[in-house]
Design a protein around this ligand. Structure first.
Ligand SMILES: [Zn+2]
Length: 271
């Protein structure tokens, strides 16, 4: 599943190239997770002013509104001139005078939704509950510490929920909790100041590094140039159950937590 770093890598890969582009045609394929929310002809003639990201949504600001793009489980975006005719898994083409933006999504959990602006109820429904952006200044240590103090859920599930901070998906949650020495099952409000500081720093550094490396190596992910990322090769605990911890040699363990696999080192990560 594309995570925040892949989405950010995707954004950077065509943000400059699409800025200022005038939309000439919109071609829809099979239905995606949510409907577009407008007649495709309403987009024709509008310009794409820029490309932002909020959580795992890409926001393409247009002259009159906003296109919200989500990659779902298996989506990828390409932008360029001379793309091949849309194939069986290409479900959205935004044809512009600067190139075509194409959503390729075999499983169709992705979506492209049009809203009249960020205050449109459609946009609020998708973006309104999102937590702090982990790579922004808003994600400060005091704000994060306060958020943890107010919540009695297990830290791993709190991170995955994305309501305090976005972008910490399952792989990253396992990795940052290892770096901070925290068991995934620990109640958020009970984590002491020193480990909160380490966790905050780990979220920043792991996600920053993942963006620099091009995102995770997830089977279906490729950025707009079609290059696979390679973050997952440097995992400390994720997917390593039974293998020795890089720090202490103890066998990494795994357990199910809220339908997801939580990997941890029983020695390095305190309960
Ligand atoms: Zn260890």
């Amino acid at each position: 599943m594309p995570e925040l770093p892949e989405v950010e890598v995707t954004r950077r890969s065509f943000a400059e190239a699409i800025a200022g582009a005038r939309i000439s045609t919109v071609i829809l394929g099979k239905p995606l997770r949510w409907p577009l929310g407008c007649d495709p002809s309403a987009l024709v003639g509008q310009r794409v002013l820029g490309l932002r990201r909020r959580g795992k949504y890409l926001l393409a600001d247009t002259s009159d509104g906003l296109l919200l793009l989500h990659l779902g489980m298996s989506g990828s975006l390409r932008f360029g001139h001379g793309l091949a005719p849309a194939g069986a898994h290409d479900h959205f083409d935004l044809v512009t005078d600067q190139g075509t933006l194409r959503l390729h999504d075999p499983r169709r959990f992705g979506a492209v939704v049009y809203a009249h602006g960020e205050q449109d109820p459609v946009a609020i429904r998708l973006l309104g509950a999102l937590g702090m952006e982990p790579l922004s200044d808003a994600f400060s240590l005091p704000a994060f510490a306060l958020g943890l103090k107010q919540r009695r859920t297990p830290i791993k599930q709190l991170l995955l929920a994305g309501r305090l901070v976005v972008g910490v998906g399952n792989i990253y949650a396992c990795e940052v909790l290892f770096l901070a020495g925290i068991r995934p099952s620990v109640t958020a409000s009970r984590i002491g100041a020193e480990r909160v500081r380490k966790l905050h720093a780990a979220i920043r550094s792991v996600l920053t590094r993942a963006v620099e490396l091009g995102g995770s190596t997830l089977r279906n992910f490729s950025n707009a140039q079609g290059m696979a990322g390679h973050f997952q090769t440097s995992a400390n605990v994720y997917g390593r159950d039974g293998q020795p911890c890089h720090a202490c040699g103890t066998a990494i363990r795994v357990f199910r937590q809220g339908q997801r696999s939580s990997y941890f080192c029983p020695r390095c990560q305190r309960p």
